[in-house]
Design a protein around this ligand. Structure first.
Ligand code: NAD
Length: 470
């Protein structure tokens, strides 16, 4: 069936009574209630997933692809209800690169997981020896997700897993369980029973999942400290891991860049989802020769972008999703202000606001070692660091332990490519930032994680390679 609004969808996924209340971060109003699952519920889900896995695998690629495309149809049929619920629970506006965009991404990434053939690869065939590499299902995949893009990241985890013949148990963030439960509910209208299950619970459920003897692989997206905890708790069972962790992406502006031409893309690179994006531009390095012009052009664009309650069709920026994240952003900006940095825009939150709104903030003339530059702010506050030249910017860009994405902005493509090659990051974009694509593999360098998602590489990461010789 199709749900016409979030309330109808909520009625389908909420417990009849009780449960934990979830509040809208923009208004403080009640969104809905979620039944908290225990570790015993997790055990039952994993056991059901294990039982369901052989039949799901036996369907073969073609039939699984057919069902996954039907599941993508269900997302599209329920797009407005899903977007409304996502907006209310996560806070992100319906418009701009936010809730409706995220639902569109869910359908697109789900379909993309069906778009590749995963054939056995002949490794040696010289007349004497024959060997081929096959890609077998792993078994049951545990998926643990964050609160910033709860539905899209769930799809990134579940779509390649299911495509490759695995069954999936998902543990959503405790901040955004309703979005993931609703998504799972819609997908399960067409998927066989127990192939995809959502177990809503706290850290203890995530911890149990990552050490569970019946789980073969963990797909994790979240913070670097939690990623490290998962490496430890999965060690005894030698689980496969894909870890997409925190980032602190650098943007480097070249001296030949056109400030006005790049300002809007720079803005969205940094402020997509109100800055709560793993691969957002989080520190910008600009040579002194064009520093003033870049600051001015960015301020003009940023000042025009409306922030407010997500369901208001005019807004393109929303609140921070939770109080803890609000405090991180507020403290980092205050620290920068106290250090003598210049506030170009924002930095004065309205203490009377009902929601966790932190204004769009641009901070200039900031020390490159200031915490707002070197720590992940994960919110709407961008530090703009003045550098003598691009060499200095490259040194700063590579100076941190994270390396998810980075970007180079300039008019000469050859020069930009030469700089990109020297940046320690999993992806380097030229004249854009964070513009992910389901056909292009994505993953972190250094402590931003390991393993690739998306594309054919992403599918192979959800399989056990098996070599057959003879
Ligand atoms: P988080 O690490 O606090 O939580 C993520 C998930 O892990 C939640 O579901 C949580 O319940 C669970 N968890 C917590 N402790 C656990 C444990 N010990 N074992 C197993 N699971 C546990 O992250 P968050 O605050 O929800 O997300 C924000 C962070 O995620 C940021 O650092 C951001 O950069 C990162 N992120 C990365 C990507 C990426 O693709 N690299 C994407 C989105 C977000």
């Amino acid at each position: 069936m199709s749900y016409s609004n979030a309330q109808e969808l909520l009625s389908a996924i909420q417990p009849a009574s009780g449960g934990t209340e979830i509040f809208d971060p923009a208004t403080g109003e009640l969104v809905g209630r979620v039944a908290q699952n225990s570790v015993a519920d997790l055990d039952a889900a994993v056991s059901a997933a294990r039982t369901a896995q052989p039949a799901w695998d036996a369907l073969g690629h073609e039939e699984r692809n057919r069902l996954l495309n039907l599941a993508a149809d269900r997302i599209e049929a329920n797009a407005e209800a899903l977007a409304e619920l996502l907006s209310r629970e996560q806070g992100k506006p319906l418009n701009g690169p936010n809730a409706r965009f995220e639902i569109g991404g869910c359908a697109a990434w789900l379909r993309a997981a069906t778009a590749y053939e995963v054939e056995p690869e002949v490794v040696v065939d010289d007349g004497e020896t024959y060997a081929a590499k096959h890609y077998r299902a792993l078994g049951v995949v545990g998926a643990i997700g964050p609160w910033n893009w709860p539905m899209m990241i769930s799809i990134w985890q579940l779509a390649p897993s299911l495509r490759m013949g695995n069954t999936v148990v998902m543990k959503p963030s405790e901040y955004t369980p309703l979005s993931v439960l609703a998504l799972g509910h819609v997908l399960n209208e067409v998927l066989p029973a127990d192939v995809l299950q959502v177990v809503a619970g706290g850290r203890e459920v995530g911890e149990k999942l990552s050490g569970h003897p019946e789980i073969n692989k963990i797909m994790f997206t979240g913070s670097t400290p939690t990623g490290k905890a998962i490496i430890r708790s999965s060690a005894d069972t030698v689980k496969r891991l894909t870890l997409e962790l925190g980032g602190n992406d650098a943007g480097i502006v070249m001296e030949d860049a056109d400030p006005k031409a790049i300002a809007e893309d720079l803005f969205w690179g940094a402020f997509i989802n109100t800055g709560q994006t793993c691969a957002a531009l989080k520190r910008l390095y600009v040579p002194e020769s064009i520093y003033t012009q870049v600051c001015q052009a960015l301020t003009e664009v940023a000042a025009k972008m409306p922030m407010g309650v997500g369901l208001d069709e005019n807004n393109v920026l929303g609140p921070l999703q939770n109080k803890a994240q609000y405090n991180i952003v507020a403290d980092l900006v205050q620290g920068a202000v106290d250090s003598g940095a210049t506030v170009l825009l924002g930095a004065n939150p309205d203490s009377e606001a009902a929601g966790y709104f932190y204004p769009t903030t641009l901070v200039a003339d900031i020390d490159p070692q200031n915490d707002l530059v070197t720590k992940e702010q994960f919110g709407p506050a961008l530090p703009i660091v003045k550098v003598k030249n691009v060499e200095e910017a490259i040194t700063h860009a590579n100076s941190l332990e994270t390396g998810l994405g980075a970007s180079v902005w300039g008019s000469d493509r050859e020069q930009a490519l030469a700089v990109a090659a020297r940046i320690q990051a999993g992806t380097v974009w030229i004249n854009s930032h964070g513009t992910i694509d389901p056909r292009i593999p994505f993953g972190g360098a250094k402590q931003s994680g390991y393993g690739l998602e998306f594309g054919l590489d992403g599918l192979k990461a959800l399989a056990q390679p098996q070599l057959i010789k003879g």
